[in-house]
Ligand binder design. Structure first.
Ligand SMILES: C[S@@+](CC[C@H](N)C(=O)[O-])C[C@H]1O[C@@H](n2cnc3c(N)ncnc32)[C@H](O)[C@@H]1O
Length: 305
């Protein structure tokens, strides 16, 4: 499948969807780090790793202002106890903004992972966008972590195959495509089906947009069906910030090709960390209140079997 290159995560970095996804990623990594055995972390759709919130791409969309910036401001308000999972996520973001009053940098998933990576862990990144892969390559080189972080400029869906099962039999896999291509929905399922066959006990995290499109509804349903078929536990969180009243220049959201702002997304976890659903139930009412845009704002947590 020929990749499309119009999606740039820099426009969306730190938006409400990143808040849900990255808060979850931090919780998963912290949970998995409780055991000493080395962890393979695979990020099949990496982006550039770290983003500037004070430069053109992010400022044009204004999405981080209504996401991470709002969340951080809510956490600073006195008298508001901040849920543990939110605080842990904010700590990671703040660690890239030390000495600054406002948020200038936003860590994408590879940077969140590398922040929490231990000496015995490995991080494998995939990115196909020519510009973003080049930026990611440079950013990774600047970290100076040598072979601990490896970037492959190839398709993450198929590239994951060669990594599973990992020698240590412990892995966290983030599957976070842009859904620019309709075929991404089916590719997520094919990729997971194969991965679960190779390595049924890995922890898998799939992000998807919740939009009025048959592929989105069907992915949500098929992920549950897949988990039931392979008899793996799952948990999902959905965050809807409600309809944006004034969307300004951010009205075009590339994700899912939607022409209206994306207001809801979900993360589906397979083999979720123990107590993840409870952590979401503690965190999401607070997050939802902080990021609410308008009517329809809500959160959902489900788990199975
Ligand atoms: C939503 S962004 C990733 C954001 C990142 N995971 C984060 O949370 O910071 C999706 C990325 O996947 C890249 N991409 C698209 N198709 C891909 C593929 N088949 N394999 C690897 N990367 C791909 C896009 O160029 C884009 O940078």
């Amino acid at each position: 499948m020929q990749p499309m290159f119009s999606y740039r995560h820099a426009f969306h970095a730190g938006n409400h969807a990143d808040v849900l996804k990255h808060l979850t990623l931090v919780a998963c990594l912290q949970y998995l780090a409780q055991k000493d055995v080395g962890l393979l972390v695979a990020d099949t759709h990496a982006g550039t790793g770290i983003y500037r919130l004070d430069q053109e791409l992010a400022r044009t969309s204004g999405e981080s202002e209504r996401g991470i910036v709002r969340l951080a401001a809510a956490a600073r308000q006195k008298g508001q106890p901040v849920p543990a999972a939110v605080q842990a996520y904010l700590n990671v973001v703040q660690s890239y903004n030390l000495g600054h009053d406002s948020l200038r940098h936003y860590p994408g998933s590879p940077w969140i992972c590398q922040t929490l990576l231990r000496a015995q862990d490995q991080l494998k990144l995939f990115e196909v966008h020519p510009t973003d892969a080049r930026l990611l390559e440079r950013n990774v080189a600047d970290l100076g972590r040598g072979k601990q972080i490896e970037l492959r400029r190839s398709d993450g869906f198929t590239g994951l195959r060669a990594l599973l099962p990992p020698p240590t039999r412990r892995a966290l896999v983030l599957i976070d495509p842009s859904y620019e291509l309709k075929t991404d929905y089916a590719a997520v399922l094919d990729c997971l089906e194969d991965a679960l066959e190779r390595f049924p006990t890995g922890c898998y995290a799939v992000w998807y947009p919740v939009i009025a499109r048959p592929e989105s509804h069907s992915l949500a349903r098929k992920l549950k069906t897949l988990c039931a078929r392979v008899q793996r536990p799952w948990a999902l969180a959905q965050l809807d910030v409600g309809q944006t009243v004034a969307s300004g220049r951010s009205a075009e959201v590339a994700r899912g090709q939607a022409r209206t702002p994306l207001h809801a997304s979900a993360v589906h976890l397979i083999n979720p960390p123990y107590a993840m659903a409870e952590q979401w139930r503690n965190a999401l009412p607070w997050v939802c209140a902080a990021l609410k845009e308008g009517p329809g704002a809500q959160w959902v947590v489900e788990q199975g079997p």
